[in-house]
Design a protein around this ligand. Structure first.
Ligand code: 3HC
Length: 291
């Protein structure tokens, strides 16, 4: 029986990890009127995250999506903390650290140790089974997956992933939170490799890299084909650069570990780029150059 109340009101969200996803999730929460405690052990990363969020709020003002007063109020709801104890008062904690099983398990255990019994805990993992992450939990009924898409402040979907142990009330609370506070669409799913979106997307992105590697078509031709032929907002190679080639490879490797499906074997060209430190947009080079 979960100790989390089925009617828990989520007013304060702690986000653990201030990388691209953590920042985007924080911005979405702030714009939804929710207070945010953003945690990262690295003070430089935290400062950069706060600056990025402030700039995004100012862009929203410039685009007349937000009043200047609302942007100021939203940013004032952001607290940063380099100490994990700083997240203790949150109603919901979202773990958004890099996609490594050992790291996520360690961080999730630390989170459960500092929060109250009534706090809901979620992971933003893209491809590690939620059930595997739930194993060390003293109370797995309060834990579930909350998978945002990149850029998290813009993409309208959030996958809400329950395990066999997740309390129905906890799932329903997050269903309402995503819809009513974040203004996004929740997709309620059960735990399977890649959930819905990455199970379909990762083989597609790898397939585009494989086509490029075969010499059959240029990166521009592949991307234009999918943009103009299928109405995708961006082609698969540019999208891979946006998401991060490291993130794609980690997700693919995790999916391969679960499924042994040849469709998620990382092609050579992608592995080579990664070995040279070319991670996509964030490093200035991936399939394309971003000088
Ligand atoms: N990072 C952060 N924000 C970005 C960005 C990036 N790489 N690229 C664009 N944006 C932001 C812009 O800054 C702008 O924000 P603002 O409104 O605050 O100024 C906003 O997106 C709109 O940008 P533009 O007007 O320049 O461009 P578009 O209208 O073309 O939209 C897009 C950009 C939203 C990225 C659109 O091209 C798109 O929807 N692309 C597909 C993205 C997608 O498929 N994401 C899912 C990836 S899969 C995933 O995340 C799962 C993971 O587990 C692997």
């Amino acid at each position: 029986m979960s100790r989390v109340s089925e009617t828990v009101a989520i007013e304060t969200v702690a986000i653990v990890g201030s990388g691209a996803m953590g920042r985007g999730i924080a911005e979405s929460c702030l714009r939804g009127g929710v207070s945010v405690i953003l945690h990262d052990a690295n003070p430089v990363a935290l400062e950069a995250a706060s600056t990025t969020i402030a700039a995004a709020l100012q862009r929203a003002v410039a685009k007349e999506q937000l009043s200047a007063a609302a942007a100021t109020t939203a940013h004032a709801r952001l607290i940063t903390s380099t100490s994990l104890e700083g997240i203790a008062g949150a109603d919901l904690v979202i773990e958004a650290v890099p996609e490594r099983l050992d790291l996520k398990l360690e961080v999730l255990q630390s989170i459960e140790a500092v929060v109250s019994a009534a706090t809901v805990i979620a992971s933003n993992t893209s491809s590690i089974p939620i059930t595997r992450l739930s194993v060390p939990f003293a109370d797995p009924s309060r834990f579930l997956g909350l998978h945002f898409f990149n850029p998290a402040s813009k993409m309208p979907l959030v996958e809400v992933i329950s395990t066999l142990e997740t309390a129905v009330g906890v799932r329903d609370t997050l269903d309402r939170f995503v819809r009513d506070r974040l203004g996004k669409t929740p997709l309620l799913v059960t735990d399977r490799p890649g959930f819905v979106v990455n199970a379909l997307l990762i083989p597609f992105l790898l397939s585009a890299a494989r086509m490029l590697d075969s010499g059959y078509a240029s990166a521009e031709a592949i991307d234009e084909g999918m943009r103009l032929g299928c109405g995708h907002p961006m082609g698969p190679l540019r999208l891979s650069d946006l998401v991060g080639l490291d993130v794609i490879c980690e997700a693919a490797d995790a999916l391969y570990g679960e499924t042994k499906d040849a469709a998620v074997i990382v092609p050579n060209n992608l592995r080579r780029l990664l070995e040279r430190g070319h991670l996509g947009q964030k490093s200035g080079r991936g399939f394309y150059s971003y000088a």
